[in-house]
Design a protein around this ligand. Structure first.
Ligand code: 2M8
Length: 436
C-alpha cells in the first residue's frame, strides 16, 4: 500500500466518532455529520473497514424524517465551534422532523443511492453487503420519493433546492445573481468558521446574511415545502443536485434488481428516471456555453455560468456522445491550460473567479472524483487519467485539504491547500482513486 493511502486512512480514522457511528468532515470547522460528506466517506471506508462504511450510512438514514427527508447536518453532539448550529436551525419546527436527532431543515445532494452501489462494487463479501443494502435501501427510495413529491412543483422531473447550502457549492459565483434580487437585514451573529480558517478563503459576512435570511423565511413557515416553494427567494434547479438524484435512481434500480420482490419500486424509479433525464437534457443544457447550467425557478431564467457542476452530468451518463464531446472541449479549453490543474470549480476566465475562495474557483476532490469517472465512462481515458493524476499530485504536495488552488505555480511551496486540513472526503475519495 502506498504511503499516501496510509495517510488517507489515518485521516478517516481520526475523523470517525465511534460512539455516534459517524464521521465529521474535519475537526473544529465541521464538527457534526454532513449528508453528502457521509456518502463519500463511506466509499473510502469500504476499502478497509466495511463495518464503518455501513454504520456511517445507517446513522445518516436513522436521522431521516417521517416524510422521507434527510437533513444536511445531523447535530449528534453539543458543540459551539460551528455556526449556525442546532439552536438556530430548529428542525423541530417541522411536524415530521426526527424526534431522535436535531438537524437542519435543508438537505444536500442525494448521493446515498449511488454510494450504496459503490460499496457493493468494492465489497469482497457480496452476500453480506447485499443483506446490509436490503436493510437500508427502502429509506433511500423513500428519500427520492420525498424529492419527486415535494420538490418538483411543475412536475418536470427536476427537483429544486431552496438554499445555497443545499447545493453543496455554498458560495458559488452563480448565486451572486440571486443575492442581487434580495436585500436581507444585516444580522448580528458570531461566525465560527473564520476563527478556524482564514477569512479570505471563506464567504463574506454579507453572503452569510443572505444564507441566514432564507432560513428565517423557511422557519417562519415551519419548513413547509409548499410555503418554501411559494416564498423562498432562492429556488433553483441545480445540474449537480439533479445529476446526483438521477445517478442514484439508476443505482437503486440495479440494486433492487438484486433483491427479490421490488418490481413496483423498480417500475416507479424507471418512470421518474425517464422524465428526469428528458427534462434535464431539454432544459439544462446550454448549447452556446457547451455544458449544463443552473435554472433559477424563482426568477424563471437560466443562470448561464460554467462551473464544475456543469460537468457533473457526465458522471450520471446524461449527455449524448455529441454533447459530451462539446463538454470535453470546454474543459480542455477553459479549465485545462498547461498552467492549470484540473478542475477549477468555477470558470477561470470569468471575473468572478477566485482561486482561493472556497466554491468560487478552487479544485474540490469530490467534483474531481466525479469527473474522473464521468470522463472514463465516455471513453476519454487520457483526460480522465489527468484528472486523477492532478488530484493525487495536489494532495501529495499540500496535504489532505478541503480545496486547492488550480494554478500550478502556487503549488511550489506546498501552500496551495485551503480551508480545513485532514478533510475526510479528500482522503476517502483519494483511497478510491488510488485503487482504480
Ligand atoms: C461546506 O458547507 C458548510 C455548510 O453546509 C459550511 O460552510 O458551513 C460545503 O463545502 C459543503 O458542501 C460540505 O458538505 C460541508 C462539510 O464539508 O462544508
Amino acid at each position: 500500500m502506498k504511503e499516501l493511502e496510509k495517510q488517507a486512512i489515518e485521516v478517516l480514522n481520526n475523523n470517525w466518532k465511534e460512539d455516534g457511528g459517524f464521521s465529521i468532515p474535519c475537526a473544529n470547522l465541521y464538527p457534526f455529520q454532513w449528508k453528502w460528506d457521509s456518502g463519500f466517506i463511506a466509499i473510502g471506508f469500504a476499502y478497509y473497514d466495511m463495518q464503518k462504511a455501513e454504520r456511517e450510512i445507517a446513522t445518516l438514514l436513522d436521522a431521516q424524517w417521517d416524510n422521507g427527508f434527510i437533513p444536511h447536518i445531523i447535530f449528534h453532539t453539543e458543540n459551539d465551534s460551528y455556526f449556525p448550529g442546532a439552536n438556530f436551525h430548529q428542525s423541530n419546527l417541522h411536524p415530521l422532523a426526527s424526534k431522535k436527532y436535531k438537524s437542519t431543515g435543508m438537505t444536500q445532494p442525494p448521493v446515498t443511492g449511488f454510494v450504496l452501489e459503490e460499496i457493493y462494487k468494492i465489497s469482497k463479501n457480496k452476500a453480506h453487503t447485499i443483506k446490509y443494502i436490503e436493510s437500508v435501501i427502502d429509506k433511500v427510495y423513500f428519500n427520492h420519493q420525498y424529492f419527486y413529491e415535494n420538490r418538483d412543483p411543475q412536475d418536470e422531473g427536476l427537483v429544486y433546492i431552496y438554499h445555497n447550502w443545499e447545493s453543496g457549492t455554498d458560495n458559488s459565483p452563480i448565486w451572486d445573481d440571486i443575492w442581487a434580487t434580495m436585500n436581507p437585514p444585516e444580522y448580528t451573529f458570531e461566525r465560527r468558521d473564520t476563527t478556524h480558517v482564514d477569512a479570505s478563503e471563506r464567504p463574506s459576512k454579507r453572503e452569510y446574511d443572505h444564507y441566514l435570511h432564507i432560513i428565517e423565511i423557511a422557519k417562519e413557515h415551519n419548513y413547509s415545502d409548499e410555503k418554501i416553494a411559494e416564498l423562498s427567494p432562492f429556488l433553483v434547479q441545480d445540474p449537480l443536485f439533479n445529476a446526483m438524484l438521477i445517478k442514484s435512481n439508476e443505482s437503486l434500480i440495479k440494486l433492487y434488481n438484486l433483491i427479490e420482490g421490488n418490481s413496483d419500486k423498480v417500475e416507479q424509479l424507471k418512470k421518474w428516471q425517464e422524465k428526469s433525464k428528458k427534462s434535464f437534457n431539454d432544459k439544462l443544457f446550454d448549447e452556446e456555453i457547451g455544458a449544463y447550467v443552473h435554472y433559477d425557478l424563482r426568477n424563471e431564467k437560466p443562470l448561464r455560468y460554467l462551473s464544475s457542476s456543469s460537468f457533473a452530468p457526465l458522471f450520471a451518463g446524461l449527455p449524448s456522445k455529441e454533447r459530451a464531446a462539446k463538454m470535453v472541449k470546454v474543459i480542455l479549453d477553459k479549465f485545462g491550460g498547461e498552467n492549470q490543474y484540473l478542475c477549477a470549480s468555477f470558470d477561470p476566465e470569468s471575473e468572478r473567479f477566485n482561486p482561493k475562495k472556497y466554491w468560487r474557483g478552487p479544485i474540490w476532490v469530490n467534483l474531481n472524483w466525479m469527473l474522473f469517472y464521468g470522463l472514463k465512462d465516455y471513453g476519454y481515458n487520457a483526460i480522465s487519467e489527468r484528472v486523477k493524476e492532478d488530484t493525487i499530485s495536489i494532495i501529495e504536495k499540500n496535504g489532505f485539504y478541503e480545496y486547492f488552488d488550480s494554478r500550478k505555480e502556487m503549488h511550489k511551496e506546498g501552500k496551495a491547500g485551503y480551508g480545513g486540513n485532514h478533510f475526510s472526503w479528500s482522503a476517502a475519495l483519494l483511497i478510491d482513486m488510488l485503487n482504480n
